[in-house]
Write a protein that binds this ligand. Sequence first.
Ligand SMILES: O=P(O)(O)OC[C@H]1C[C@H](OP(=O)(O)OP(=O)(O)O)[C@H](O)[C@@H]1O
Length: 276
Amino acid sequence: MKWKRSERLVDMTHYLLEHPQQLIPLTYFAETYEAAKSSISEDLVIVKETFEEKGIGLLQTVPGAAGGVKYIPNMTEQAVRAVMDELISELSSSDRLLPGGYLFMTDLLGNPELMNRVGKVFASAFKGEKIDVIMTVATKGIPIAHAIARHLNVPVVIVRRDSKVTEGSTVSINYVTGSSRRIQTMVLSKRSMKSGQRVLITDDFMKVGGTMNGMKNLLEEFNCTLAGVAVLVEAEHHEERLVDDFLSLVKLQGVNERDRSITLGEGNYFSKRGES
Ligand SMILES: O=P(O)(O)OC[C@H]1C[C@H](OP(=O)(O)OP(=O)(O)O)[C@H](O)[C@@H]1O
């Protein structure tokens, strides 16, 4: 089949978007489209310029025989703020307020399109970092972890709160969570991670930070390194928080269980990253 340039551009773009953070040799495209590498290079300039101009992402070219091109998901500040605003708008309804100052978020976490955008927001923040694994704890953090992992092209590791025979031999630690200071257990299969891996931890909600701190402690048991912490919603917490270096999209600034009012604001996503 002889490909026209317009057909190559459409198919090439689709392939790149389906394979984020993967180095694709120019020979792959040249062979697929039966076109000269020089034509493919010209095509990729068009894709790169359009991606960057329209805020779709970045196209990184790696020179040399082992080189190629890599699509790097990246959201513009405007697009990130749009996700923040949507989350704040959705979370502001008073019927989301739960006892203990938590918010009902399961419907948002179950929205694949929204989670995909949340994943791309966090993947943009960590696009230049070496990340080997995305870790979260069951249950509500799982959709966020998978969304980030898809855009960073890395696996997800899910920490459980109970031990299951299907997990094989495991490592477990105890940690304190929530304002009630509940003691909980975290369990992770020994097969989940290799020593020396760099791990991005994520979760839907951070209050005291005990859960995040528990996952940090678990990394030490695996001799792995914490590469970052990504939280969808952080709750204002006046006492000393167990985790202080994290990125959040939304901040729960206050709840009034009497008049069921919820006050939300932007998280520290931009301030933490030194942007406006
Ligand atoms: O910062 P902390 O004070 O530790 O609280 C944050 C925890 C509590 C809550 O999880 P749960 O609702 O307990 O568990 P699940 O995600 O399984 O619903 C939330 O999803 C975070 O994981």
